[in-house]
Ligand binder design. Sequence first.
Ligand code: 5GP
Length: 138
Amino acid sequence: MKDIFCRIIDGEIPCAKVYEDDDVLAILDISQTTKGHTLVIPKAHCSDFLSAPKETIDKVFAVAQRIGQAQISMLGAKGVNILSNVGSEAGQSVPHFHVHVIPRYGKDSGFQVTMKEQDISSVDLPRLACVIKEGIKE
Ligand code: 5GP
């Protein structure tokens, strides 16, 4: 079965379109976490950021940059959060790669990013870095 973004791309479900070219569609997120919250979606299906081909990532992020710039120049946003959830544990609810471009106005209640410092006294950081390094593919 087609995911919801494939159905939007195929014109089966309406959307508020912000941008479109041959490869990428950008639409307003139905949830509008903040005013102007936009999703940038590749037209060719791939499930998430980690499995997307590099050319797809390049195209999607290039559009995300332009949309973030427009949110600042046209909506008066003071900043922008760019994020792509991968996996349900990370909050991904639609299994089709997409990037959220979330404009921030300074007093937003809808979207919070908190990265709390953890006690890392028992973590060997250089060793941990080596473990990740070993898994990085060419
Ligand atoms: P995720 O949770 O996968 O990172 O993001 C999926 C996003 O898609 C959610 O923020 C959700 O509000 C949005 N969404 C889900 N269904 C629709 C829809 O039918 N139309 C639009 N415009 N956005 C949708």
